[in-house]
Design a protein around this ligand. Sequence first.
Ligand SMILES: C[C@](O)(CO)[C@H](O)COP(=O)(O)OP(=O)(O)OC[C@H]1O[C@@H](n2ccc(N)nc2=O)[C@H](O)[C@@H]1O
Ligand SMILES: Nc1ncnc2c1ncn2[C@@H]1O[C@H](COP(=O)(O)OP(=O)(O)OP(=O)(O)O)[C@@H](O)[C@H]1O
Length: 284
Amino acid sequence: MKVYEKAPAKINLMLDVIRKREDGFHEVEMIMTMVDLADRLEMEEVPRDTIIISSQAGYIPLDEKNLAFQAARLIKDRYDVRKGVYIHLDKKVPVAAGLAGGSSDAAAALRGLNRLWGLGISEEELCTLGAELGSDVPFCVTGGTAVARGRGEKLERISNPPQCWVVLAKPPINVSTADVYGKLRAAELKTHPSTSAMVSAIERGSFTDICDNLGNVLESVTLQLYPEVLQLKEIMQRLGADGVLMSGSGPTVFGLVNKEAKVSRIYNGLRGFCKEVYVVRMLT
Ligand SMILES: C[C@](O)(CO)[C@H](O)COP(=O)(O)OP(=O)(O)OC[C@H]1O[C@@H](n2ccc(N)nc2=O)[C@H](O)[C@@H]1O
Ligand SMILES: Nc1ncnc2c1ncn2[C@@H]1O[C@H](COP(=O)(O)OP(=O)(O)OP(=O)(O)O)[C@@H](O)[C@H]1O
């Protein structure tokens, strides 16, 4: 038997950091949603008790460093599954982009192996397992749109934003999430985006208010380290995107656009500056 799972990319419509915690992580308040750019996982049982990962993408680890491998090992250990699995990752989400590609693969592996092995694990328990693999994994298990608190694992489901176009542009640089959080001086932040204003804008389905309330405090670090990300934001704004923000710790910048007529102009304009540009829809 084979099972298939999609692993969509996430964007942060809002990301605030409340404080640095004693365990080294940061207490956050974020609003995340999914877009329809996704990896695809194929999972099949193999006769030996082993985990094999393959992918067409030459630039990700295929050993125990792969987050889908870690998800498979975790579920096998925790539920004492003495069976093997072959996981093929069809990568479409750019890597180390701020789009949670690896986290979403891990979440999809948890969901898929739960089905493949008929384990009957609840979604809540899959989220708890996912939190051991990374802060973004619990959200990637549930998908939808949520406010995430704690280090990202405490989720409160909210309604999906109104449908719109999302233009993603990833400059050719690698950004380390740990490095960005490490350089953030949370106590010195002068302004914070408003969670309640963004939740209210989403619940009311107001595209304009969503665009007006976009905010990500990690931009203060990444934009300083990589001026090309700031430049990309400015270009996207100039080309007419209605709301523009960096996702996660970057470097991907996304633009929200509500009129289809504007999308191709923005896409073509960006392609002059950036090789990796995607036009996608919100997953609603
Ligand atoms: C930037 C975001 O992607 C936004 O959604 C997340 O906050 C980060 O999620 P992630 O990549 O799943 O992060 P993890 O793999 O758990 O952590 C990577 C590193 O980021 C830092 N980190 C992460 C999450 C958090 N709330 N505080 C942190 O300080 C820690 O140094 C950690 O070692
Ligand atoms: N299945 C996977 N897909 C992509 N990257 C993976 C995977 N497994 C492990 N990695 C490693 O994880 C690192 C981060 O990749 P990922 O694409 O998850 O970053 P990201 O989009 O910045 O995530 P986040 O938004 O959660 O911070 C890369 O260095 C990559 O080598």
